[in-house]
Design a protein around this ligand. Structure first.
Ligand SMILES: [Zn+2]
Length: 193
């Protein structure tokens, strides 16, 4: 292979990698990028899912989270209709202090955005989720919400908590941009159960 071809190829690989980095939920995923690159390339017509839960997660809406009981209820129903299971939803009830846990194994926590979280002005929320790369399973997820909840945001963040990345189709729930998103659920049905 001559030098020119190698140069062009490395530019192409670089631009693919860069666009993938931009697709990544901000600071959301704590695994390595290279391991997930293969998975993302393999699926094109549906949102990439980097991992699934090995156990059924419990959701806790923590003390200051700007979410009503109705809002969390309908977001949970949205994903249940797609075939996902949640053990239970605890609304502002946290008897074993899971909301203070930095690695809440088996839980999806919903928090108000706090000072320690780097969230730019245009972002409405952020989800961090931890994947065990040896098993490709999700151990825990924490969703940070801003005060003015807009429609589809909580459902979108729960999608990240279930392992989905962005899928930039117009009107899709996992679209990276809220303005371009909507209620389209193409490719989100749970086929693992
Ligand atoms: Zn997102």
């Amino acid at each position: 292979m001559n030098v020119y071809v190698k140069f062009v190829l490395s530019i192409i690989v670089y631009s693919i990698l860069m666009s993938l980095v931009c697709l990544w939920p901000k600071a959301a995923y704590t695994g390595n990028y290279v391991g997930n690159f293969e998975r993302i390339r393999a699926v094109e017509n549906r949102p990439p899912q980097v991992a699934t839960w090995s156990r059924t997660p419990t959701i806790i809406v923590c003390e200051h989270a700007p979410i009503s009981v109705t809002q969390i209820g309908s977001a949970v129903k949205f994903w249940e209709r797609l075939g996902y299971k949640f053990k239970q939803t605890q609304y502002k009830r946290d008897p074993i202090n899971k909301c203070l846990d930095k690695n809440p194994m088996g839980y999806i926590l919903v928090h108000m955005v706090t000072d320690g979280i780097r969230l730019d002005d245009t972002s409405l929320a952020q989800t961090h989720f931890y994947v065990d790369n040896s098993t490709s399973t999700i151990d825990w997820a924490i969703i940070y919400m801003r005060a003015d909840l807009r429609s589809t945001v909580l459902e979108h963040e729960l999608g990240h908590a279930l392992g989905f990345l962005h899928f930039n189709r117009i009107n899709h729930i996992m679209n990276q941009k809220w303005e371009m998103g909507g209620w389209d659920t193409e490719g989100l049905k749970n086929n693992h159960q």
